[in-house]
Design a protein around this ligand. Structure first.
Ligand code: SAM
Length: 344
């Protein structure tokens, strides 16, 4: 199939953006994502091969997907990742091919990722303070991450995006410092509200710094901030500082944007999820390995998307006593409920 089409879900949202997790393993243990002492991992033999990932991606592109983001776990832990990037980059229907990484292994891989055809890189970075980095991530890897970001800039990724989860009393005083760090790199910082997703077992409403509070804090440091008038399906709303510098805020917790959500997620073992807050997904690995034809795979994907009515983040707003989405006991029984399996 060469032409791409639009498959609307029950609210008319098109299938456009696919986030592909290539591993559930991570080399950090961020308190807001993987705070537990141990985890249940996806069995190795269930992980999709690159050939399987590309085959599934082609089926999605047949149905209108034109943006792909590689994520994890930590995607740079997946051996030979550049081979997958090169295959995906060779597909002209993918207009936007991006990668989200914690940056720890980026210094040695940035140039190869660029050469393989990756379009864009987002690096997660929550603090510039070494001790705080260790407290948040449980690893002493800040220097490696900063080297990775520098290597990505040197390799020609521009603009790099820097994603910061803002937590009250942890890093909420560092927002201007992060913007100043990003300035000479030409990087765009996006401040993310702390989300009560699966895996965030330490989450509490008190720890969330809302979009409103983020903007108020930055206005105190910089003066009036202007909201950019953009209508996109991107998760970040973008703003300009008085000097014209742009930054973003992803307000999934207090001001969600489900009505424009065209994203879905594929876990490393082929579970397809409609929403970060979903309790269950559709197993695409099983039919694929049972010999489903391209047409059968497309039909399955289109049928599931057409019946999609998820508005997970908006529904969470309605809960009076909001607390972590999934209890630890349930996470231990099903790794698919974890944010580090879903990829963010
Ligand atoms: N390892 C890669 C990384 O660190 O970017 C990719 C996977 S990570 C799960 C993707 C994104 O999810 C990161 O930016 C991370 O900060 C974000 N994330 C994880 N847990 C979160 C939470 N509870 N609230 C908001 N963002 C979260």
């Amino acid at each position: 199939m060469t032409t791409s089409m639009t498959v609307p879900d029950r609210f008319g949202r098109p299938l456009r953006s696919l986030r592909i997790s290539v591993t559930d393993r991570c080399n950090l243990r961020c308190q807001y994502c993987m705070p537990e002492p141990d985890y249940a991992w996806l069995p190795k033999d269930t992980l999709l091969t690159f050939e399987e990932i590309v085959g599934i991606t082609d089926a999605f592109c047949d149905l209108g997907v034109n943006r792909v983001r590689i994520t994890g776990g930590e995607p740079l832990l997946r051996r030979d990742l550049t081979a997958l990037i090169a295959s995906l980059a060779a597909r002209p229907r993918i207009h936007d091919l991006a990668l989200t990484t914690n940056g720890v292994l980026l210094a040695t891989q940035a140039a190869a990722l660029k050469a393989a055809g990756l379009h864009r890189i987002t690096v997660s970075l929550d603090t510039l303070d070494r001790r705080r980095f260790r407290d948040i991530t449980r690893f002493d890897s800040l220097d490696a991450v900063l080297d990775g970001i520098a290597a990505a800039a040197a390799a020609g990724f521009a603009p790099i995006k820097i994603d910061t989860v803002v937590m009250r009393g942890v890093n909420d005083h560092e927002l201007p410092a992060l913007l100043e760090y990003a300035r000479p790199l030409g990087a765009e910082v996006r401040f993310i509200e702390y989300m009560d997703v699966g895996g965030a077992t330490q989450w509490s409403p008190h720890a969330v710094v809302s979009r409103r509070d983020i903007l108020a804090a930055l206005e105190q440091s910089y003066g009036p901030i202007v909201a950019l008038d953009e209508r996109t399906s991107a998760p970040a709303d973008r703003f300009a500082l008085p000097d014209g510098r742009i930054f973003g805020v992803i307000s999934s917790t207090t001001e969600p944007f489900c009505d424009s959500c065209d994203r879905s997620r594929l876990t490393a073992d082929g579970m397809w999820l409609m929403c970060l807050y979903a309790r269950a997904g559709t197993d695409l690995r099983r039919p694929l390995r049972a010999g489903a034809s391209d047409e059968e795979l497309r039909r399955l994907i289109a049928t599931v998307w057409r019946s999609r009515a998820d508005r997970g983040a908006e529904e969470r707003i309605g809960f009076a006593a909001r607390e972590p989405l999934i209890p630890v006991s349930a996470l231990k029984k099903d790794a698919h409920l974890e944010m580090h399996t879903r990829g963010g």
